[in-house]
Design a protein around this ligand. Structure first.
Ligand code: HSE
Length: 431
């Protein structure tokens, strides 16, 4: 056993989370030394913004050159917190090639390049931990990889994008339109100035690809995840949802139906008595269904400096303990289950359809005829809000389970009917 005088950290990226990591390493240094068995020292910190130097107690450890950290013989653990794919992926790769252990919060890099980076880490006998990449401060990856590892996981239902959950909550509770709620989220600093990664479901797709890879032992990448965003949802969808006993959430769903898996992100009607329906604002929640554990729900803050930095530092402690005890790093689980993705066209779901039609005799008959031709059975229908000037009405149809492909074809045909002005929304129903 080779006890060390100190374990040295090199931090790359001093943004909101990085700055909090600096703070925790300073303020909790006695506790961290006790946990690790030797001091855990912030030896170098890099950022392209020179003014970040001032945030460090010892400004001499600051550099604007990340490579100096990746190549330094004094650094044991590199913490990568710059986000985005490039150059973060190259930095992680170089750190590993120089024999450094790595902690990252980078969902984009792990979801797109994880398996190659884990192989590289195994080759160089170093660890690559990424707890903060999904669900911010919620412990998810550790529990899935360790505490729930014996389970056959059949499904994950997750609210893993705080920005969209905030927007949907404001639309539901205050009757706001999408654009107003988005503006509010941007003003509060939740949504990015270019919010498309959150709004269009990319962010949630990265995160569910990471979770699905872990629980299904299958190499799932972002391109395997079908995704739709929330920008088509209107305030009246919430009014109908409420009347029908549902909430609307942007869910990330991963399901195993041996031998296939389906991984998708899209708005969903869920029964309003489901726990996930009660997850409001920027909070995240992940429901996992295991054969032994039954349903397990993780809930908490999916973003923010303190929650996220807290799990980053915990990953660093884990690696530092191993280094100090001279233990070899446990390799990432093998991805030995073949990938057979079920395309979205082949899934079965129930559907909510909202459309604007001409308010005249026989219209519903034309619509139900098309649905019937595609073996889609109606479970309920609501008609309201006749507009006398335009002689149009809004109708909502809820269906029994149907094939997605049939539903897509039927909606295409319905939209072509002269008496149908538009299909305003088509939302899948779960639960
Ligand atoms: N943009 C993310 C969200 C933040 O809104 O949840 C953390 O990944």
């Amino acid at each position: 056993m080779s006890r060390r005088e100190s374990i040295n950290i090199g931090l790359v990226g001093m943004g909101i989370i990085g700055s909090e990591v600096v703070k925790i390493l300073g303020e909790k240094s006695d506790f961290l030394s006790k946990q690790v068995g030797t001091p855990l020292v912030l030896k170098m910190a890099a950022d392209i913004d020179e003014s970040k130097r001032e945030a460090l107690g010892d400004s001499s450890i600051f550099t604007t050159d990340a490579r100096a950290i990746l190549e330094s013989p004094d650094i044991d653990i590199v913490i990568e917190l710059i986000g985005g794919e490039i150059p973060a992926k190259d930095y992680i790769q170089q750190a590993i090639q120089h024999g450094k252990h790595v902690v990252t919060a980078n969902k984009e890099v792990i979801s797109k390049h994880g398996p190659e980076l884990f192989s590289l880490a195994n080759e160089h006998k170093v660890g690559l931990l990424y707890e903060a990449s999904v669900g911010g401060g919620i412990p998810l990856i550790g529990p899935l990889k360790r505490n729930l590892q014996i389970n056959n996981i059949s499904a994950i239902y997750a609210i893993i994008n705080g920005t969209t959950n905030y927007i949907l909550t404001r639309m539901e509770k205050e009757g706001l339109e999408f654009s107003t709620a988005l503006k509010e989220a941007q003003d509060l600093g939740y949504a990015e100035a270019d919010p498309s990664s959150d709004i269009e479901g990319f962010d949630a797709a990265y995160k569910i690809a990471i979770l699905a890879t872990i629980v299904f032992h299958t190499d799932i990448r972002p391109e395997d995840v079908y995704h739709e965003g929330i920008s088509r949802i209107a305030s009246q969808d919430f009014r109908y949802a409420k009347e029908l006993g549902y909430a609307i959430k942007l869910l990330a769903i991963a399901k195993r139906e041996v031998p296939t898996v389906q991984v998708r992100v899209h708005p969903v009607f869920i029964p309003d008595d489901m726990l996930l329906a009660k997850v409001d604002g920027v909070f995240n929640a992940v429901q996992v269904e295991g054969d032994l554990s039954g349903k397990v729900i993780f809930y908490g803050r999916g973003a923010g400096a303190e929650p996220t930095a807290n799990v980053v530092v915990a990953d660093a402690i884990h690696l530092a303990q191993n280094i100090n005890l001279g233990l070899s790093v446990k390799p990432e689980l093998p991805l030995d289950v073949p990938k057979i993705i079920k395309p979205i066209e082949e899934i079965e779901s129930r559907y909510y359809i909202r459309m604007t039609i001409a308010d005249q005799p026989g219209v519903l008959a034309q619509i139900t005829k098309i649905l019937g031709q595609h073996s889609i059975s109606i479970s309920s229908a609501i008609q309201k809000e006749t507009d006398r000037t335009s002689q149009s009405a809004e109708i909502v149809i809820m269906t029994h389970p149907a094939q997605e492909q049939e539903m897509q074809q039927a909606s295409g045909q319905i939209e072509k009917l002269d008496v149908v002005k538009e299909i305003s929304n088509l939302i899948r129903v779960e639960g």
